[in-house]
Ligand binder design. Sequence first.
Ligand SMILES: CC(C)(COP(=O)(O)OP(=O)(O)OC[C@H]1O[C@@H](n2cnc3c(N)ncnc32)[C@H](O)[C@@H]1OP(=O)(O)O)[C@@H](O)C(=O)NCCC(=O)NCCSC(=O)CC(=O)O
Length: 483
Amino acid sequence: MGSSPHVNFLKMVNRLVVNNFFAVVAVTGAAAMLIRRDIVGQMPPVHALMVLLLMMILAAKMRRRREVYLVEYGCFGPKSCYRTPFATCLEHAHLMPYLVDEESVAFAMRLLERSGLGEETCVPDAYHYMPPDRSLRASREEAELVIFSAVDDVFAKTTTVIKPCDIDVLIVNCSIFTPTPVFADMVVNRYKLRDDVKSVNLSGMGCSAGLVSVGLAKNILHAAPLGTRVLVVSTEILSSQYYVGTERAMLLPNCLFRMGAAAMILSNSPEEDQARFRLRCVVRTVTAAHDADYRCVFQEEDDKGNTGIRLSKDLATTAGYALKNNIAAFGPLVLPASEQLLVALSLLKRKLLSGRAKVRLYRPNFRTAFEHICIHAGGRGVIDEVQHGLGLSDDDVEASRMTLHRFGNTSSSSVFYELAYMEAKGRMSKGDRLWMISFGAGFDCNSVAWECVKPKQPGDADGPWADSLARYPMQLPEIDKDM
Ligand SMILES: CC(C)(COP(=O)(O)OP(=O)(O)OC[C@H]1O[C@@H](n2cnc3c(N)ncnc32)[C@H](O)[C@@H]1OP(=O)(O)O)[C@@H](O)C(=O)NCCC(=O)NCCSC(=O)CC(=O)O
């Protein structure tokens, strides 16, 4: 039933007053003072002006959004028993009752060798069975392993200031597998979170869901009372997703995706100076309105009825375009004025010379805005595209390539493995600015800007990189593009 225009108007006024309570009080107070000439009349004009000014400052202060902090984060560090070296992949492919076709095996192996993944990436237990165990039980076991490890890790680091009972909001994202009850309930149950915890479970949002969750946490924390804590868990559960057909575009995920999870605690308080990063801004771009982008990462059945994820050959290019749109909104929030001026001048030049000469738009130098960049380790092609598009050096993309090599595409958690790499290498200093870029099914591109407020202390554990840091960065094999 629709409400009358009268009721709608009253609701709107009510919302305006509630959302701007202090501004309303200040303006009403100031107006009352001006109307009650007897009060104002007794007050020297300079005092009246000062009262008005103070009330307006108070109103502005109350309206100011709260800062949001990444208090701490942790990642699942896989044990070596989960490793899947290329030789094992090949042997398993031959032993599979499904992939009988030699051409598909050869194709999958060729992709694997060219994907940017190394010999130490890890897959869940389920993949070590012949045939793979794609049961619900196997998926739950994988979820418990990776999620609880990441959450244990983050609580182990924050235990003096934040315990599970201090969590007010829980956001869990996992794209491809969502059981009942959802993973958010699994986390509430395991850590005995309070019964008034606000829990949310995001699914189907692909590899960008980790940063989508950060954006959601930010919006909640802007509005929530001071000292609110949000636990975010980002993962992808692979066990049930092993594709057993022969379609090339659907075989690719088997080659790229590997197990992983990250957990973070965000707060709108610096938590007794324990917080590690301050969130500067989040920009999300959704290009799902374009049919090709919408179908770029698509879960469906092949013509034999095998379910899998079809990855478009154009994915890297799609990611490039989505990033271009994303930085049109993100750039003005983070770039220094000098870079923005150069962009504006090149736009103006293009407009003035339109039809007479081809003017290339100025590509802003994002290194003037960030010391560190984490690009979703989606595959070698994705990192190549972003590196080329943004004009980044090999050093700028080192963390992304090394993460892809060591851990594979861990989906929405990959950017946190990259951050862990930078920190383990001791490259993050106080005041450093960090840009996280993710892409995902939808199609979706997310940018998140952070500022380091408290670097990792010397002697802190190296997280998921503890057992392999010394071997990185490593020289990656040259890929023959003409093959
Ligand atoms: C897979 C690659 C490493 C291969 O690189 P190469 O340098 O070998 O070059 P290439 O592109 O010519 O590919 C080699 C062979 O694989 C085939 N090939 C490549 N991509 C294919 C695809 N999507 N479907 C079908 N075939 C494909 C090519 O036709 C070619 O076949 P032939 O040899 O017969 O000519 C790279 O293309 C890459 O990284 N692509 C992006 C991977 C990706 O989509 N990542 C995002 C995952 S989704 C994600 O992260 C987000 C989310 O899930 O939400």
